[in-house]
Each structure stands twice: as structure tokens, then as C-alpha cells.
Design a protein around this ligand. Structure first.
Ligand SMILES: Nc1ncnc2c1ncn2[C@@H]1O[C@H](COP(=O)(O)OP(=O)(O)O)[C@@H](O)[C@H]1O
Ligand SMILES: [Mg+2]
Length: 254
């Protein structure tokens, strides 16, 4: 399996606050990695370091073998190959759903309008929003907005898509439709890094889960490993808290 993304010993601080303390992992083609861990542990910072919105202080990030941190690298084009789905959707409120999806292919990839629209239709179909392309974000539910957010990422035909707690801003009854779309695109072979506490999603599609605490990857393993025999005490406590808060069938022996 070829490596799509290689994160090597990434460190990041904000002033005195050391947030990431040497994070290393890689993602292979068509793999889904789920990152989870306490609030403030550095998950969003890690994603921002990966797409260089916030470059690491130290370490390396390679996309298909090409360092994103080398001098002279075309960051705009490299970033275009890394999709990002945010907690707060971040759609342009003055653009219809369709144009939220075509704007990247047109502006960043330089596609003609017609080609961008064709691509957008395919991506919007994947998130089952075809009937809503002429609606503005304010006319869509949160779940629908997030599905357009996912279509926007897919329309760029990225090498990997990063999701930062994509369902945590949604009302509970809207979470399922977004998770379903994420399951669909995972099964269709999208390479993904997903920060989420949705353990049902993790169980269904994660090739590997990474537990991050205080800027360090504390434990990694398959969903089966985490749901049956997590080794680290902090991991056990965290999974137990999730179970208490969200219920579900995931049982972690204490
Ligand atoms: N731009 C920033 N400036 C200063 N501190 C930040 C910044 N971004 C994040 N932090 C701090 O870094 C730590 C990790 O934040 P974050 O990566 O958002 O954690 P998580 O996503 O795991 O909740 C937190 O203490 C947060 O306050
Ligand atoms: Mg975060």
C-alpha cells in the first residue's frame, strides 16, 4: 500500500504553550485514520500543521513523498490536494450550494466553469444533496450544510481529506446523515483522517485509531483493540467517559 501522508516528529507551540510534542504517523492510500482524545490535546492543531495553515515548528509533513515544508514548494497547489472539513462548515453564505462546491475547482485549480460544474455535480451526488444545489447555506440544515462542506472537499479530487470534528456542531438528529455520507465515501476509497468521538463510525471504518493526549500519540491500534483491550489507563478512562456521555454499545472494561 502506498503512503499518501507521512507526518514525522511534528512539534508545534504557541508562545510558551507546547501543543504538539513529536507526532509521527502515516496514512496509506484508501485508509481511514481516526484521531481522538481530550479537548485541548492538540487534535485541531495537528490537522492545521498537516495542511500548513499553521506550519509545524519542527518535523516534516510529506504528501506522496513531497515535503510540504521545503523552501520553494507551491503551498497553494499542495494544499489543494488536502481537503479539509471543519466543525463549523465554513460555507460562503452568499453562494448557493453548487457555487460553494465549484469555487475551489475554478479559482484554485483553474477549471472552466462547465468542467467545475460537472465535477461539483458528481461530488454533490456523493453526499446526496443533488436536490439542494440552488439553495443558500441559510436555507439548509446543519447536516445538509456539512454535506455540502464534504462535497466541496471532494470536488477538488484531493489525495486525502481531513475532518475536524465534523459532527460536533450538529443537533443529534442531524449527525447520522453526515456520518452516513462519511461512511459512504470511506467505503468508496477516500483516504481520510477524521478527528471524531463518534465511536460507531470509528468501529465501522477506521483502519487505525490514534489516541492523542497532551500533544503526544499515547496509543494506536485497531477499533477492536481500543474497544476490547486498551492498554493505557487514560485511554480507558476517556473511552469510558464517552460511553457514559453518549451511550452506545461500545463497552470498555474498567
Ligand atoms: N492559535 C492559537 N494560539 C494559541 N493557542 C492555541 C492556538 N490554537 C490552539 N491553541 C491551544 O493549543 C491547545 C490545543 O488546541 P487544539 O489543537 O485546538 O486542541 P483540540 O482540537 O484537541 O481540542 C489548547 O490549549 C489551545 O488553547
Ligand atoms: Mg479541536
Amino acid at each position: 500500500m502506498s503512503i499518501v501522508l507521512d507526518v514525522r516528529d511534528v512539534w508545534k507551540s504557541y508562545g510558551e504553550l507546547q501543543v504538539l510534542k513529536g507526532v509521527t504517523f502515516s496514512v496509506g492510500e484508501k485508509e481511514v485514520k481516526v484521531v481522538f482524545g481530550p479537548s485541548g490535546s492538540g487534535k485541531s492543531t495537528l490537522l492545521r500543521c498537516i495542511n500548513m495553515l499553521d506550519p509545524p515548528d519542527k518535523g516534516e509533513v510529506l504528501l506522496k513523498g513531497q515535503s510540504l515544508m521545503e523552501d520553494g514548494v507551491n503551498l497553494t497547489m499542495m494544499r489543494a490536494r488536502i481537503g479539509m472539513v471543519f466543525q463549523q462548515f465554513n460555507l460562503f453564505s452568499h453562494l448557493k450550494a453548487l457555487d460553494n462546491v465549484t469555487i475551489g475547482p475554478q479559482r484554485v485549480l483553474g477549471l472552466e466553469r462547465e468542467e467545475a460544474v460537472d465535477r461539483a455535480h458528481v461530488a454533490i451526488e456523493q453526499v446526496q444533496m443533488t436536490d439542494w444545489i440552488d439553495h443558500y447555506p441559510a436555507q439548509l440544515s446543519g447536516g445538509q450544510q456539512q454535506r455540502i462542506g464534504i462535497a466541496r472537499a471532494l470536488a477538488m479530487d484531493p489525495d486525502v481529506v481531513l475532518f475536524d470534528e465534523p459532527t460536533s456542531a450538529l443537533d443529534p438528529e442531524l449527525i447520522g446523515e453526515v456520518l452516513q455520507v462519511m461512511l459512504d465515501i470511506a467505503q468508496a476509497g477516500t483516504t481520510m483522517i477524521v478527528v471524531t468521538h463518534e465511536m460507531g463510525f470509528a468501529r465501522a471504518v477506521a483502519n487505525e485509531m490514534l489516541f492523542i493526549d497532551d500533544g503526544i500519540i499515547v496509543e494506536t491500534g485497531t477499533p477492536k483493540h481500543f474497544f476490547t483491550a486498551p492498554e493505557n489507563e487514560r485511554v480507558r478512562q476517556f473511552l469510558h467517559r464517552l460511553e457514559v456521555l453518549y451511550g452506545g454499545q461500545e463497552s470498555v472494561e474498567q
